[in-house]
Every structure is written in C-alpha cells, then in structure tokens.
Design a protein around this ligand. Structure first.
Ligand code: SF4
Length: 329
C-alpha cells in the first residue's frame, strides 16, 4: 500500500482539504462519513508558508518535582524498566513512511531534535519512568499488564464523575506504542462508546496521526480523566488528583518514548504548570524523564481553523523526534 500512487494522492488531497478548510462549523469531510485512516505513505509537503515562530530554544520550564511525586503515587514502581522487565522493552517496529519535509522546516526540526536529545541526556539522571509492577509481573507483556490495569480502572469510583458516566474511557491503542497522545477528558461520544477520541475531534485526530504516517494502531491515546465531566467542563483539581494515578500507571506500563499532550488542559495538568499552550508548544518538556510535546486539541482546530498550520508543524516535529529517538536504539 505504501507504494501506491493513488493512495498517496488521496492522502495529499485529503490533507490539503484539512489545511484549507476554513469553516469551523460545517463542511468538514469528517462530518460526512466515518474517516478511513489515511494510508501510511510518504505525505508530500503541502505548500505551507513559513510559520512566524522559530525553532524552540527556550529551556525546559517543567518542574521535575511534579513528575517525580506523581509517579510515586503508582504502587511500588520498579526502579528501572529496562533492567527489571524480563525480555526488555524492545519491540519489532514496522517501517514508517518517511516524511517529505521542506529544507527550512527540516533545519528547524533538526535543531529541535538536537536540543531535545541533549535535554533527554541531562534528564537521564532523574531516574526515568519506572516500570509498573503489573508490567514486571507480566514478564514485560504490556498488553497483559494494561488489560489487568484496565479491569481495575473501569469500575473506579474514586471521584464523583463515576456517578454520571455511561462508560469509563480507559484508553486505546498499541500497548507498545512509542507515542502516547493525552487529551483532557472524554466527551459525549467517548462516554457513550467507552473509547477515546471517537467523535468529530477524534476523527480529526485520526487524520492528523495519519498525516505523519502513523495510524491509531501505532500509538496510544488516553485522557487525563477517564470519565466525562458534566457538560464537558474543565476537570477539577480533585478529579485530576483522583484520576491521575491511572494515567501514570498507563505510562509506566506503555513506557512511551514521547508524550504528546492535546490541548492546554492536558499539558498543564500533566506538567503541573499554568503556562499558556502557545508557550508550551514552543519547547519540549519532561514527565518522569519522558519528553512531552504539546499541541492544540483537535476540538480547538474544529473551532479555530487558524490553528491548523501550527498543529501541522507540531505533529511533524513530533514525528521527527520520534524517528530520532528510535534511531538511538
Ligand atoms: S474520573 Fe478517574 S478517578 Fe474519577 S471515577 Fe472516573 S476513573 Fe475514577
């Protein structure tokens, strides 16, 4: 499929539509039919004007204390995932199609990656993301460990949101994913179906992931909260505090190479900061030693098409960083 010219053209057409769409309320092709995931092919570079923002150079503002403290909430994490999990954490990976980047973007992305790799090296003394006990007990079988955790989380009543939910939305995707997308909380469609990002914004997320050569089956998608807040209001501090250990344990099982927060709430909550999303997007951050990037929530793109170009830059940098980190293995 990756060498199919028609598929490639279809992906390009689709993506140009995505970029050029300027009506926030109507006309999204996503409204019409369930979205078929784009074929994982090389995506020709649409003509995108140079963004105003330059490559990120700001130092990582993320206080490490929060990550360390929060992960400690997981039950007795094992100190070193790589050392303690039988069979190690290596996995066979499918060959992803290369991204076709213009030279200017490629230069900026290379700077970003170099800076990030340097920051990761400096983070290495922080201990990293400890392996979850279920992962150790499952002999490194992430799917089994995640299934065990899911069975525990689904009936959770640790906060009042349990009273209004139709379904607990645990998360979905590859238990061995290298990229973990984190949103804020389930919405109406997600609550009804028990799956993350399945409404309009979820379909757009699928497109965005596809545009960088990945499928939903290649990544893991979850939320800060597992149950829907009424009227989709922002999570409260009490709810976040109650639910965060579930997310931490998902991370401690999946052991992603990079986290991508979708939207301000997810990024601020995970990182424990109140920095604007614009600033958070400008730099890589860290959660328990795992690099964290932030971009717009797909729902924000549906409301504000002007954010699409920035999002396209963000996700391309995400893919470039992903590739660079895997090359180090
Ligand atoms: S939101 Fe999280 S903590 Fe609250 S009931 Fe749902 S799963 Fe439990």
């Amino acid at each position: 499929m990756s060498g199919d010219g028609d598929s490639r053209d279809a992906v390009l057409r689709d993506f140009l539509t995505w970029l050029e769409q300027n009506d926030p309320d109507g006309g999204w092709y996503l409204d019409e039919d369930p979205v078929e995931m784009p074929a994982p092919v090389a995506t020709p570079e649409p003509a995108i004007p140079e963004p105003a923002a330059s490559a990120p150079t700001a130092p990582d503002p993320t206080p490490p204390e929060r990550a360390a403290a929060t992960v400690a909430a997981a039950p007795e994490p094992v100190a070193s995932a790589a050392a303690e999990v039988p069979g190690g954490l290596a996995k066979p990976r499918r060959q992803l199609p290369p991204l076709d980047l213009d030279s200017a973007f490629k230069r900026r992305a290379e700077i970003f990656v170099a800076e990030t790799v340097g920051k990761i090296a400096r983070q290495s003394g922080a201990g990293g993301l400890a392996a979850d006990p279920y992962l150790v007990e499952a002999g490194g079988d992430k799917a089994a460990a995640l299934a065990r955790l899911k069975a525990e989380v689904l009936p959770c009543t640790a906060c009042s949101l349990s009273g209004g939910r139709k379904n607990t939305v645990f998360g979905a995707g590859d238990p061995d994913a290298d990229i973990f997308f984190i949103g804020e909380a389930p919405g109406r469609d997600e609550d009804l179906q028990g799956e993350p990002f399945v409404g309009r914004s979820g379909q757009l997320l699928t497109k965005i992931i596809g545009a960088i050569g990945l499928g939903r089956e290649d990544v893991y998608i979850g939320n800060i909260l597992k149950c829907r807040p009424p009227e989709n209001r922002d999570p409260t501090g009490v709810e976040v505090e109650a639910c965060e250990p579930h997310l931490m344990r998902q991370l401690a099982i999946i052991q992603p190479r990079v986290i991508c927060c979708l939207g301000r709430i997810a990024a601020q909550t995970l990182l424990g900061v109140d920095t604007s999303l614009k600033r958070l997007r400008d730099s890589v951050h860290f959660y328990a030693g795992v690099p964290v990037m932030a971009t717009y929530h797909p729902a924000a793109l549906l409301r504000n098409p002007d954010y699409k170009r920035d999002t396209w830059d963000d996700v391309r940098r995400l893919r470039v960083l992903h590739d660079a980190l895997l090359e180090q293995d």
